[in-house]
Each structure stands twice: as C-alpha cells, then as structure tokens.
Design a binder for this molecule. Sequence first.
Ligand code: ATR
Length: 271
Amino acid sequence: MDRYVVTGNPIAHSQSPFIHQAFADQTGQQISYERLLLPLDGFAQGIADFVQQGGLGCNVTVPFKTDALAVADELSERARLAEAVNTLKVMSDGRLFADNTDGAGLVMDLKRLGVPLTDKRILLLGAGGAARGVMGPLLAEQPAMLVVTNRTRARADELASRFASLGTVSRQPLDALQGSFDLIINSTSASLQGERLTLPASLCHSGTHVYDMMYGQEETPFMCWAAEQGVSHRYDGLGMLVGQAAESFYLWRGVRPNMAPVLQALRTRLE
Ligand code: ATR
C-alpha cells in the first residue's frame, strides 16, 4: 500500500493520521499513514530509511521543519520563502521534493470561513517560524496591508523586509500598536506558556475577524481577549491544521479533499 508518515519529536499527539485517513476514505484512495518518531539528531537518516523502504511522502512537524529543508533535493517557492518544510514528496526518481503547505492551509481555512482578505488590513502577531510560513500566501491574496508585530522587534523587521517585494508589508512595535484591522492573526506561542499578549482595544472594529493559529479544548487567551473586545468572528487554528493536510494530500495524490466534514469529525474527536 502507498505509505505516508508524519514525523516529529514528540509525535504521539499528532492528529495527522486521522485527518489523512479521513481524506483517503472520502476520496476512495488506498493509503497507509502512520506516525514516525525520529530521534532529535536522526531526521536525515530516518527519512533516508523511509525512502529506502518505499515511502512516498512525509509530513514534518516540530522540531524538524528546518532539517527537512536541508534534505530537500527540490524546493517549492513557498518553502524557500518560509525557510521551513512541512511536506516531503518522494519523486519517481527517488529525489525529495519539499513544500510548505502551512500558509496555504491558513488561507484555505480563512476562505472556508468567509473571511475576506483582498484589500483588507491584516495584523500578524508574532514573527517566528509560524509567521514566516504564512506571510507569502497571505500576501498573494493582495490585502491592502499586512502589518507584522513582534515582542522582539528585530524579528518583525527582518520578516517585513524579507517579504516586502510580495506586497504592502509594514511593521509596528507590539507595545505601541496603532490603527484598526479587519483581520488579526495570532501566530505567537504565548498561549502555550499560558501568557496573554497586552493589546489595545482599538485594534478591533465592529467587523474585525480574529484567528488564532493555536487551538485547544478551551479558548486561548488571545481568543478570550477578542471576546472581551466584543469580536464575534473568532476562529481557532484547527481548520488550518486540516487545511495544510488537505494541501499535502493534494500534492501527493492529485486529489483535493473536502476539508469541512473532516474538520467537523476532528473537532468531535477532540472534544
Ligand atoms: P513558531 O515556530 O511557533 O513561530 P518561534 O519561531 O519560536 O515558534 O516563534 C514564537 C513566536 O511567539 C515569536 O514571535 C515570539 O516572540 P519573540 O520573537 O519575541 O520571541 C512569540 N512569543 C512567544 N511567547 C511570547 C510572549 N509571551 N509574548 C509575546 N510573544 C511571544
């Protein structure tokens, strides 16, 4: 059977096998998709073994997204810009094609949710790997502006310059944010440490949408902040998880699955 894996360290928590199996069932494809735990210093060898054993594709998660860049023989433009890889495809000649579907997954989810992007003012909180992965695909939707803000200013500066040629990108200091936005996306990992960003209420207007790339059983601190500002359009990142998987599935299988029923099933499963 055509074999795929998701690799990371740790990996036991990954929902990718459930998602991809659901896509395969929905589209009538026969695949096996498993978790592959690799040692922290053993990514390249683990992937080489997987290819040797006939594996066809691999999703890559923390902490291997940069290691996956290094093993690539061919790189998509979006992976090059993101400087990170979440999807590897073994080509017919055995070489590895590397892609990053995270940003496409976010945009796919925003479109599913009916969040307008073109000509809109977008604020991106955070300038780490997660932010870098989504900036290209967001700019491709031609927002009026994309403002990046980050606790460590230099990282926001670096990202803004890196993507400046793709659209109207600017940066603002996190402790002196100005203006209001149509969409505010949280890419920071602050909530993982249970920390809450201090943000001014003036960022939101009556039609603002907020999206947290994080998800969990309870509302994240960022989502709670948005609720306190009276924002009714609040979304967590579970749909982005399913969206990036759908884009990987398409890369491997050439078929676009319908993400909505799979997202619904995943949400029920995690409740
Ligand atoms: P990831 O790959 O998840 O983006 P990362 O590259 O370590 O992980 O980036 C984490 C992001 O969350 C960064 O933007 C980080 O800000 P710094 O660049 O200043 O470190 C941000 N972050 C994490 N904890 C935060 C907190 N408590 N307050 C504000 N920003 C925080």
